[in-house]
Design a binder for this molecule. Structure first.
Ligand code: ATP
Ligand code: MG
Length: 717
């Protein structure tokens, strides 16, 4: 070795040592930074900076591989013109399809040094194209490797100047690249972790939001919005199976024309979505344009991600996110969307169950609401937990005022007693009758049935009361009983009256004869007069009995009720004046004509006026109102007359008996007046009711149902 050679070797060694030293300090610099959390871009920038400085490169690019998608992406560049940078960063190489220096280094992990692009037989058309565009003369491409795993490569050159790298330079560069790989991988993992944590946090946040939606439609929309958010997609579509599980329809979509989504029906197994639905497996498509399975249904889809909605080992639908860009979604996005889809599927299932439960509940509530009986539930604290509409009507209360309130505050004492019986003594009642007063003070008879409410396990949780309005029923029963009694009484009365009438005629004749002959003393004459008075009373009674027993059938004729009313008042005029009683008439001017027996209805009115008069011994006012009431749910069209007095009133326990024959509270009364009223009204197909309050007064209500005969413009009872 010549002295010159030795000198050169020493110089080389020194150079080598200097380079190594610089590189070591670079590595030290970068690794000291790594203890802090620092981004992948910063690491790449540092590596590029150190490499260009140590080796004097003017242009440098770092490529990283994406093994999941088989891509090689340019992640960092230095020294390129802005146009070139844009081109380089935009285009990922497909490892399997593109053959060039970069992909070969990335695939085989061997450094490639192209000394001269114009004269290298190993170069491919892509290389030549790149060299032309980038004005590349020579390049060095060093793999980034961790052990035998290739994570990317660094390429470097010196603008349009040819590189002159020694083997030693390449070795040093390779060593540096190996070290840099570790830094890059570290930063990449850190970033991935950070991204995953962030994604998981977003997922958790979104899942929480989704969980609060119970309405299925709303839930599907929230799921679509969330899916789009999670995968940063442009569109999202939620497909659900129909009831038979054969075809899929769109339950919600985001980012698409709603009209277009409404008509979509997909068969299980057909198309990408159909395949996901059938296989229960997710799918990631970078470019639907090259996928033969893809069925274009919606616009603006280039890449998509579709995951199954699996619940209870069954696929109930498919959640799809889409983008108008190629390869917009990663494997990570897929994993994340899968997790979310699992959550969404169970929420959909819950929402469906909830929907079913609500439908059943509404159905039950509807039945309760439309029940003709009042239903009340009460908890163990004796607070009202539910009431139906009928309860509001019957007890004249509002639901919102009773719920949660102690039963004693809103319901009558009898109800409270029945609740106490049920909850304290576990004793139930069946159709226990209680009485209430209506707004107009007319009595209402209620039948209360109680039952205990228990859980499935049998523990007592409250009581339920079913309350029926028995008033009408009772009235009908009473009417039937009365009619029964009247019929038999009528027959007996007729018999008795007949038997009495004959001997009475002869007694009457004899007494009159004795009185006329004047044979008796004064005392005997007085006795005879008393006897005559007694006979007269018996005659009136017998006449009444016979009238009651065999009232003649009404002879019906179209007539005016006001006329008959005035006739009846006329008949009573002198008596009314004597008793200082005024009759106030308030008859609707448009009262239609009706068909009735004028004589009998006059008898009815006279009997009622007489009773009112007798109930007001010190005078007062009797008012008579007449109203026409059109057809309503409960009754036919009718004329209603109300005869009211402010007299003594009728005690409550008499009310059910006043229509009975011979029921009287008057020393001189026969007790036949009202029973005759009742009978006549009944024979006319009309009705009589009474409302009375002791010491306040009495109102008799006569209802004449009428049929409008259109053809004659007339009405009949
Ligand atoms: N307007 C009224 N005010 C108070 N009580 C009445 C009234 N109308 C009827 N009553 C009560 O009803 C009972 C029965 O009446 P009803 O007309 O049948 O018989 P009466 O009036 O007692 O006897 P009669 O009619 O034969 O004179 C009466 O005795 C009375 O107690
Ligand atoms: Mg009377």
């Amino acid at each position: 070795m010549t002295a010159q050679q030795v000198h050169r070797n020493v110089a080389d060694c020194l150079d080598d040592l200097r380079t190594k030293d610089r590189l070591l300090s670079s590595i030290h610099k970068i690794s000291s930074l790594l203890t802090r959390s620092i981004s992948l871009d910063t690491i790449l920038m540092l590596i590029v900076k150190e490499t260009t400085q140590v080796f004097g490169f003017s242009r440098l690019a770092v490529f990283l591989t994406d093994t999941d998608r088989g891509l090689l992406e340019c992640r960092y560049i230095h020294g390129f013109s802005p146009d070139d940078s844009e081109r380089a960063l935009l285009l990922p190489y497909r490892l399997q399809d593109h053959d060039c220096v970069e992909t070969r280094v990335a695939l085989y992990g061997k450094t490639i040094y192209v000394r001269d692009y114009s004269n290298d037989p190993t170069l491919t058309p892509i290389d030549r194209k790149v060299s032309r565009i980038m004005r590349r003369v020579s390049t060095i491409a060093v793999p980034l490797k961790i052990k035998s795993r290739i994570i990317g490569l660094i390429t470097a050159d010196k603008d349009d100047v040819r590189l002159t790298l020694t083997k030693r330079d390449i070795n040093i560069l390779t060593t540096f690249a190996n070290q840099a790989s570790i830094f890059i991988e570290n930063a990449r993992l850190q970033e991935q972790n950070k991204r995953k944590i962030k994604q998981l946090l977003t997922l958790q946040e979104i899942s929480k939001k989704t969980s609060s939606a119970l309405n299925l439609d709303k839930l599907c929309q929230v799921i679509c919005t969330s899916a789009r958010q999670i995968s940063k997609a442009i569109g999202s579509v939620l497909y659900l199976f129909d009831e038979e599980g054969k075809s899929l329809t769109i339950a919600a979509a985001r980012g698409f024309d709603t009209a277009a989504t409404r008509t979509v029906h997909l068969k299980k197994g057909v198309g990408l979505v159909g395949w996901v639905a059938k296989s229960g497996k997710p799918i990631l498509v970078d470019d639907v344009g090259v996928d033969p399975q893809y069925h274009p249904i919606l616009d603006n889809i280039t890449s998509l991600l579709a995951v199954p909605l699996n619940s209870d080992k069954r696929t109930i639908g498919v959640l799809q996110v889409t983008s108008d860009e190629r390869a917009a979604f990663t494997e990570d996005d897929l994993k994340l969307l899968l997790i979310y889809a699992g959550h969404a599927a169970s929420l959909i299932r819950n929402a469906r169950l909830y929907g079913q439960v609500m439908t059943e509940r509404n159905f039950r509530e509807n039945i309760l609401e439309s029940s003709p009986n009042s239903m009340i539930t009460i908890n163990l604290k004796k607070e009202v937990t539910s009431v139906n509409r009928r309860t509001e009507e019957l007890f004249r209360l509002r639901r919102k005022d009773v719920l949660g309130v102690h039963v004693g505050e809103m319901f009558p004492a009898e109800i409270v007693r029945i609740v106490a019986l049920a909850l304290d003594d576990h004793a139930v009642v069946n159709r226990k009758e209680i009485q209430q007063n209506n707004r107009d003070n007319s009595p209402v008879i209620l039948g209360v049935t109680s039952s205990l409410l228990r859980t499935h396990q049998g523990s007592l949780i409250g009581a339920m009361l079913i309350v029926r309005d028995l008033t009408e029923e009772k009235k009908t029963e009473e009417l039937i009983r009365r009619l029964d009694r009247l019929t038999s009484l009528g027959q007996v009365s007729a018999g008795i009256a007949h038997e009495i009438r004959n001997p009475l005629t002869s007694i009457n004749f004899n007494v009159q004869l004795l009185a006329k002959k004047g044979v008796a003393s004064d005392t005997a004459q007085r006795l005879l007069a008393d006897t005559q008075e007694g006979i007269d009373r018996i005659r009136i009674l017998v006449k009444g009995m016979l009238g009651f027993a065999k009232p003649s059938l009404p002879s019906l004729q179209s007539d005016s009720l006001p006329r008959v009313i005035e006739g009846a008042i006329g008949l009573m005029d002198s008596q009314l004046k004597k008793k200082k009683i005024d009759v106030v008439l308030d008859l609707q001017s448009s009262l239609p004509q009706a068909v009735f027996d004028a004589h009998q209805i006059q008898q009815v009115l006279v009997n009622l006026l007489l009773n009112s008069m007798e109930a007001m011994p010190n005078g007062g006012i009797i008012s008579i109102t007449g109203r026409y009431e059109g057809r309503a749910a409960k009754h036919a069209a009718q004329i209603v007359l109300r005869i009211s007095d402010k007299g003594s009133g009728i005690p409550r326990d008499h009310l059910s008996r006043i229509f009975n024959p011979f029921f009287t509270t008057k020393p001189e009364g026969t007790g036949l007046g009202l029973s005759i009223v009742h009978k006549i009204m009944e024979q006319h197909g009309a009705s009589v009711d009474v409302v009375s309050e002791q010491n306040q007064g009495t109102t008799f209500i006569l209802r004449f149902p009428i049929q409008l005969r259109k053809e004659r413009g007339n009405v009949s009872i």
